[in-house]
Design a protein around this ligand. Structure first.
Ligand code: GTR
Length: 330
């Protein structure tokens, strides 16, 4: 990019050339990026490094800015904004994408992954590619998978040890019908709600609990108002760095390679930062006095999910073969 200060100093002839160059840079892309998290969160740091890297390696042909803290809208809005090209990139949890890309719902089936490492092996292999292809048909190009650990229930009242402990309690879930079914199958009530509304809803008793990983439980300050965290680890959800198919198609083949590589490298950084933050967030909330319990027997939670799987297969037959593929990955 040609800086104004430089233009002011150059002579007339050079100014003409400089102006021509400046005009040609007006074809450069200015990408707007959506992010739900705050500065310093592993996703945020990695996503900012992604766009900085893209700008540097494309010599400014693609530049951009990450808008943190969901200031551009909630997660459901942002998926639509990406689809229509109102924003050009975003970092999403794959959970809410299932409402738009049916195949993506496979990762939202509770207990589908054996561990976070298993999720990475699956997502970095053919199943991940299949999900990317499905997303692309809906205008969302996934470039790399980020980590978001395992989600567990937390609430304002008591430790959860068995599904019967959810009886009569209301839990916030992300925007996806599958999660409503999941909580109901455990005997609780579910309310889909935007992330930004949870803190106040917990505080005022609109909901009794929610579910999330350690870093989000900590960074959102939900631990201050919902002090019981029970390690159900019922969902292990991948997240993605995505670009709109429209913006992607405007890139030259060389720039596509650069952008994809930058996304992959940012994912390596994010996974490293995630592992550190997972530990430090857990330490921080436990030191603050959060009551934490492990689940001695997860089988009743897992068995209760049979109806969730059955309904999902009925609603969407493409899920069954995907489940089988995931289960065949060691
Ligand atoms: C976080 C995730 C966000 C968002 C949030 C939520 O763990 O990183 O993308 O999905 O959970 O519960 O809404």
């Amino acid at each position: 990019m040609i800086k104004k200060t430089v233009i002011q100093k150059v002579s007339g002839a050079i100014l003409v050339a400089a102006t021509a160059a400046a005009v040609s840079t007006s074809a450069n892309a200015e990408w707007k990026g959506w992010n739900i998290h705050n500065p310093g969160y592993p996703v945020t740091t990695a996503l900012e490094s992604f766009i900085d890297d893209v700008e540097a390696k494309t010599d400014g042909r693609v530049a951009g800015r990450v808008y943190n803290g969901a200031v551009l809208g909630n997660q459901a809005d942002s998926i639509q904004m990406l689809q229509i090209g109102a924003i050009q990139f975003a970092e999403f949890n794959l959970g809410p994408i299932g409402a738009i890309v049916p195949e993506a719902n496979v990762v939202s089936l509770p207990f589908i992954f054996k561990s976070v490492d298993h999720m990475h092996r699956v997502m970095d292999g053919p199943v991940g590619d299949e999900l990317s292809a499905a997303m692309e048909k809906h205008g969302i190009k996934s470039l790399a998978w980020y980590d978001s650990g395992a989600r567990s229930f937390y609430n304002t009242e008591k430790p959860i040890e068995a599904p019967s402990d959810l009886d009569g309690m209301k839990f916030r879930v992300m925007n996806n019908e599958l999660y409503v079914g999941m909580v109901e199958a455990l005997g609780g009530n579910a309310t889909p709600m935007a992330y930004a509304e949870i803190y106040q809803s917990l505080k005022t008793g609109v909901v009794d609990g929610a579910e999330n990983n350690w870093p989000s439980y900590e960074s959102s300050n939900h631990f201050e108002v919902a002090g019981y965290y029970s390690l159900t680890e019922h969902l292990i959800l991948p997240e993605c760095v995505c670009v709109s198919v429209g913006a992607w198609n405007q890139l030259s083949a060389d720039d596509q390679v650069i952008v994809k590589k930058a996304a992959r490298e940012s994912a390596e950084l994010q996974r490293k930062l995630w592992a550190e933050r997972d530990k430090s967030s857990r330490e921080k909330v436990l030191a603050s006095g959060v009551v934490f319990n492990e689940i001695s027997n997860k089988a009743p939670f897992q068995n209760a999910m049979k109806v969730v799987y059955e309904k999902a297969f009925q609603d969407n037959p493409t899920l069954k073969p995907l489940v089988e593929k995931i289960q065949s990955v060691d």
